[in-house]
Design a protein around this ligand. Structure first.
Ligand SMILES: C[S@@+](CC[C@H](N)C(=O)[O-])C[C@H]1O[C@@H](n2cnc3c(N)ncnc32)[C@H](O)[C@@H]1O
Length: 195
C-alpha cells in the first residue's frame, strides 16, 4: 500500500497555525522563495506583523513578488540581513518563528545556511518568543554542512531548559535521510502571576 506523500513544509505551517492568529507578530527566519512568509502574512492578517530575513537579494525579490501578487505585502517587513541579527531588528515579543534551513530552491546551491549563524538565529528567536509561542525548524541533511547543522540544532534543543518542550515532528514513514522538522514550544507554565 502506498502512503500519501506528506509535505513537511505543510506540516510546519499547520503546526505554526495552531498557535498563531490575527494581529500576532511572526518571523520568517529564512524567506527564500516566500512560501512561509506568505503563509505567515495570511495568518496574522493586516493587523499583524511578519518580519522576514534573508541574506540573498534574489530571495527577498521573490518573496516580495509573491506577497504583491496576493496583495499581502503590507504587514511584512523584508530584512536584507541574516537571522542572527534578529534582535537588532525586533524589540517586541514574537508569537512564532519559522526556520527553513539549507539553500534556496532554484537558486545558488552553494549559498546555504551555516551552523554558527543558524544557532545564533535560533537562540535569538528563543529569547524573543512569547510564552505559548512556537518555533519550527526544518533541517536538510543532504547538502554539504547539512548533517553538521542538523546535529548542532539537535544539541541546542537538548540544552533547552524546563520551560521548553520540543519534538522531532517527522511523521512515521518519512525516511531518515529526509528533511527533519523540529518544533519548539515555550510553555505557558511558570509565569509569575501579575500583582
Ligand atoms: C530553504 S531556503 C528557505 C525557503 C523558504 N522558507 C520558502 O518558503 O521558500 C533557505 C534560505 O535561507 C537563506 N539564508 C541563508 N543564510 C541565512 C541567514 N544567515 N539568515 C537568513 N537567511 C539565510 C538562503 O538565502 C535561502 O534563501
Amino acid at each position: 500500500m502506498s502512503r500519501p506523500r506528506i509535505s513537511l513544509v505543510r506540516l510546519a505551517q499547520e503546526s505554526i497555525a495552531e498557535v498563531l492568529g490575527t494581529g500576532d507578530h511572526a518571523v520568517d527566519a529564512t524567506a527564500g522563495n516566500g512560501h512561509d512568509t506568505l503563509f505567515l502574512a495570511q495568518t496574522v492578517g493586516p493587523a499583524g506583523r511578519v518580519t522576514a530575513f534573508d541574506i540573498q537579494p534574489v530571495a527577498l525579490d521573490a518573496t516580495r513578488r509573491r506577497l504583491q501578487e496576493q496583495d499581502l505585502l503590507a504587514p511584512v517587513r523584508l530584512v536584507a540581513a541574516g537571522h542572527e541579527t534578529m534582535e537588532e531588528h525586533i524589540k517586541a515579543p514574537i508569537r512564532a518563528a519559522m526556520f527553513n534551513l539549507g539553500y534556496l530552491p532554484g537558486g545558488d546551491k552553494t549559498v546555504t545556511t551555516r551552523t554558527d549563524t543558524s544557532l545564533r538565529g535560533l537562540d535569538a528567536a528563543c529569547r524573543l518568543l512569547a510564552p505559548g509561542g512556537r518555533i519550527s525548524v526544518m533541517v536538510y541533511t543532504g547538502h554539504p554542512g547539512g548533517g553538521e547543522e542538523h546535529d548542532a540544532v539537535l544539541a541546542f534543543l537538548k540544552e533547552l531548559g524546563d520551560n521548553w518542550r520540543w519534538q522531532r515532528a517527522n511523521p512515521d514513514g518519512i525516511p531518515a535521510a529526509a528533511p527533519q522538522l523540529f518544533l519548539l514550544d515555550l510553555k505557558l507554565m511558570g509565569l509569575k502571576p501579575t500583582a
